[in-house]
Design a protein around this ligand. Structure first.
Ligand SMILES: [Cu+2]
Length: 379
């Protein structure tokens, strides 16, 4: 085999391996698509298999005739070449057969693509927003309407930096999964807050860009109860590879329980806005918020990445007036800087993280920022 052919084969094998590796945490040698878990995914899977078999049949047919001709019609056997220049029959056959094959492939594919776009009559509508680098879920219509949460990757930094063995769902696990009932039509409205992200859930055959300022919609109806994993598939910056998606499909009764629990939690969070916390309480909570949102750029030691991400340890903002510090966390940095807006976090979370940053590392502002101050600042 020539080195060029070897390189090509290696390329094909790598692509095949990676296409299967995408989400298959449990089976690192999986080559095919994941087992479909929705009507559309099943149709997509079946058509993908059908195309594969058609391609294989064509491959065997074409190469079979070619090999046969090479071996049996070779000059050393004394074979005399036919000498004709035009054949209307052959022209018609090699136009009609591929045409029929294309129609056989295009007809079901078109039907599926049309069905994919039909987001009418959903049972539940959820708005999904891409942030650098997490997903926001807002349940808008249907059972669970009013529920809102942020979903972040929960893989520990220690696993990423290889100081701890990697877990089973490495980079494909989140703190708050999207929860949906089995057998119900879920419409997902996709948008983004900062840059383009993409919501990819392979078992439902859903893959859609989330574009700032636009709303795109997709849908799925999960066939089976289970935990399904996907990830952002648009290059969206430094932590693009660290924004997984987890969808938990549960029985309707369990879904109702989850809804009740979420509503109770958000009712508690509203009360918290006027609660007064101590410096230590805010610092403890703030450290968690920092680890979930800020650590990727500003680093655990607050030193940032010189030349790219600002240091917070000893920074003018973290040691200067509170208002400026709150403003930059809520609304993001000046145009052209990488600092994103975090206004989607709760008042308690913002108050905690600002307090933490003002009193962590070498910073000794010594002041406390309460959730009520954040609440007032937003108005
Ligand atoms: Cu993204």
């Amino acid at each position: 085999m020539s080195s060029k052919a070897a390189a090509t084969l290696l390329g094909i094998l790598t692509i095949a391996l990676y296409s299967g590796l995408g989400m298959a945490a449990a089976d690192p040698y999986q080559l095919n698509l994941q087992a479909p878990q929705s009507i559309i995914a099943r149709e997509t899977y079946d058509q993908h298999m059908m195309l594969l078999w058609i391609c294989l049949a064509i491959f065997i047919g074409v190469f079979g005739v070619m090999l046969y001709s090479l071996l049996n019609h070779r000059k050393s056997l004394g074979y005399k070449a036919a000498n004709f220049h035009h054949s209307t029959t052959v022209e018609i056959i090699w136009t009609v057969i591929p045409f029929i094959i294309l129609i056989v492939m295009a007809y079901p594919a078109t039907k599926t693509v049309i069905a994919m776009k039909d987001t009418s009559n959903p049972d539940i509508t959820v708005k999904v927003t891409g942030y650098q680098w997490q997903w926001g879920y807002d349940y808008l219509v249907g059972e669970g309407a009013g529920i809102s949460f942020i979903s972040r990757m929960s893989t520990p930094q220690a696993q990423i930096y290889n100081t701890e063995p990697k877990g089973e769902h490495y980079l494909l696990e989140v703190d708050n999964p999207m929860v949906v009932p089995v057998g119900k039509k879920i419409r997902v409205l996709l948008t983004a807050n900062d840059v383009i992200h993409a919501w990819w859930m392979p078992v439902f055959a859903v893959k859609q860009d989330a574009i700032p300022g636009f709303i795109r919609d997709v849908w799925f109806t999960a066939d089976k109860v289970g935990t399904y994993r996907g990830q952002c598939t648009e290059l969206c910056g430094k932590d693009h590879g660290f924004m997984p998606i987890v969808v938990e499909v549960v029985e309707p009764a369990q879904y109702a329980q989850w809804v009740a629990k979420q509503k109770a939690q958000s009712a508690k969070a509203v009360v918290d806005v006027n609660k007064v916390f101590t410096l230590d309480e805010l610092k403890t909570e703030g450290e968690k918020v920092y680890a979930g949102n800020c650590v990727a750029c500003h680093q655990a030691n607050g030193q940032g990445i010189p030349g790219t991400f600002a240091a917070l340890d000893g920074s003018k903002i973290a040691n200067g007036p509170k208002a400026e510090h709150i403003n930059i966390v809520l609304n993001g940095g000046k145009a052209g800087t990488a600092m994103a807006a975090y206004k989607h976090l709760s008042d308690v979370e913002i108050a905690a993280v600002v307090t933490y940053e003002r009193n962590a590392w070498g910073n000794t502002a010594g002041d406390v920022v309460q959730p009520s101050e954040i609440n007032a600042f937003r108005k």
